[in-house]
Design a protein around this ligand. Structure first.
Ligand SMILES: [Zn+2]
Length: 465
């Protein structure tokens, strides 16, 4: 068979094993895996020397927000810069959240998100759908699943944005999605007590005294834990499939583990920032830049989340990329409730998890691939098209050097952001070469892709839990 590209002599890493083999690409697919593929090389085909490198499936970041209207502004990484950043970080599929605003239908939200991505995206993408008004939107859920969007998100907070779901909506969404083969993602924070704590501290004296530290004072760890506990209860009694997004606390991991042991269909992701940053960042001069929702927690939470990844109760790592630059972050003017919440992350996801997970012996290289590539593809209905290196799968391939480190510098990165939470950090695991559906999009650490190569990927019905 004629091959377009051969990746030669690398160590192919899957979630289960590491093997030395060549990998052959034809068109958009992986068509050959074995030794000595070079002999079958066709004239003009490209050979990538991967000796001494890890060859892994392209990363799947199941939680991003590109060009999101939020907190009175629009997040600055869009489908252009965001997916270029993804490619350089070795991520070849991103899943964004289409959110209906005002009285928009779910279909209108999807159309809006398609318009943002069409012709711009450099890597593949898919959408989750946010449910902002269950009573009105529930009749459209089946049609959305049929169109390749089996995952829906409800927010347990954000009343002011008009996004909040109450317990009845969560309960009924879990029932409905159970029957239709979908999954409910929840942003779990306990809104009533959270709002009370914010009100209590929202005055000039407190803001002068604590500054941005109020972001963490008003969101203690139990704010997340209580909401996760409640969502798990609804999953347990309905039998619906629940995915807790961006778990940031050790208690969250404990609750999910216990529920899984009882047979509840609950999964949890964490994000890179919760694994390597703690709330001491708010004490610094630029503390307000680090405001995310939920916010980074304590060192003991990091430790528990790493253990949860190794143990399995935390199934994947995403980024919750929602980039705001310094000018946007400056909108806070001393009032922490006005900070646009979110940070860049796509370019550093794999390097953070690789460097702080694999090189620090918290995860094996196979677990790294499992958490960043294979499991997110599986639980989101993208597998086996994405997340694995096997014959017939999309040729989404990332090649990383096992030890070579590069210094994080936002000036040299693809993100539109003018700061990085990891500025100056030395990280291994940046992508030396990235392929997205057979097309090389990163070469020798340089972006060589093009806008419009990325395509919408419809996802499979997840079946009954
Ligand atoms: Zn998010």
């Amino acid at each position: 068979m004629q091959l377009d590209t051969i990746i030669r002599g690398g160590r192919l890493v899957s979630a289960g094993e590491t093997t030395r083999a060549d990998l052959g690409i034809r068109g958009e697919r992986i068509v050959a895996i074995g030794s000595q593929l070079t002999r079958k090389l066709a004239d003009g085909a490209k050979v990538i020397d991967a000796r001494g490198r890890y060859v892994i499936p392209g990363g799947v970041d199941a939680h991003v927000h590109l060009a999101l209207p939020f907190c009175g502004t629009v997040s600055t990484d869009d489908y252009d810069s965001g997916t270029r950043a993804a490619a350089c970080g070795g991520v070849t599929t991103v899943i964004d959240f289409a959110i209906p605003y005002g009285k928009e239908t779910l279909q209108q939200a999807v159309d809006n998100w398609h318009a943002r991505a069409d012709g711009k995206a450099c890597v593949d993408y898919s959408f989750h759908l946010a449910i902002t008004d269950w009573q009105r939107q529930k009749r459209d859920v089946r049609r959305m699943i049929d169109r390749g969007i089996p995952t829906f998100k409800q927010f347990m907070i954000y009343a002011r944005e008009g996004w909040q779901s109450d317990d009845a909506a969560i309960y009924e969404a879990l029932e409905t999605l159970r029957d239709l083969g979908g999954m409910l993602c929840v942003h779990a924070e306990s809104s009533r007590v959270l709002d009370l704590l914010i009100d209590r501290h929202h005055n000039r004296a407190e803001m002068k005294k604590h500054g941005v530290y109020l972001h963490t004072i008003t969101r203690p760890h139990f704010i997340e834990a209580e909401a996760i506990e409640r969502a798990i209860r609804w999953a347990k009694v309905t039998g619906g499939r629940l995915f807790v997004v961006h778990v940031s606390t050790g208690e969250g991991a404990d609750l999910v583990k216990r529920a899984q042991e009882e047979g509840v269909h609950v999964l949890a992701e964490t994000c890179a920032q919760y694994l390597v940053l703690d709330d001491s960042v708010f004490a610094g001069k630029d503390g307000h830049l680090y405001a995310t929702c939920p916010q980074v927690k304590r060192p003991r939470d990091q430790k528990r989340l790493w253990a949860g990844l190794a143990g399995g109760e935390v199934c994947s790592v995403s980024t919750d990329t929602c980039t705001f630059n310094r000018k946007q972050k400056a909108m806070w003017k001393g009032d922490w409730t006005k900070i646009p919440m979110g940070m860049p992350g796509l370019e550093t996801l794999l390097p953070i998890v690789y460097t702080h997970g694999v090189l620090k012996r918290r995860l094996t290289v196979n677990q790294f691939v499992d958490k960043c590539c294979t499991t997110p593809a599986k639980v989101m209905g993208l597998h086996p098209r994405k997340g694995v290196l096997q014959i017939g799968s999309d040729a989404d391939i990332t090649i990383i050097h096992p030890t070579r480190k590069r210094k994080v510098d936002w000036r040299k990165m693809q993100t539109n952001c003018d700061w990085s939470p990891y500025q100056g950090w030395e990280l291994a695991g940046f992508s030396e070469h990235t392929f997205c559906r057979g097309q090389q999009v990163v070469k020798d650490y340089r972006f060589v892709g093009r806008n419009g190569h990325g395509r919408f990927v419809p996802r499979a019905n997840l079946g009954r839990p």
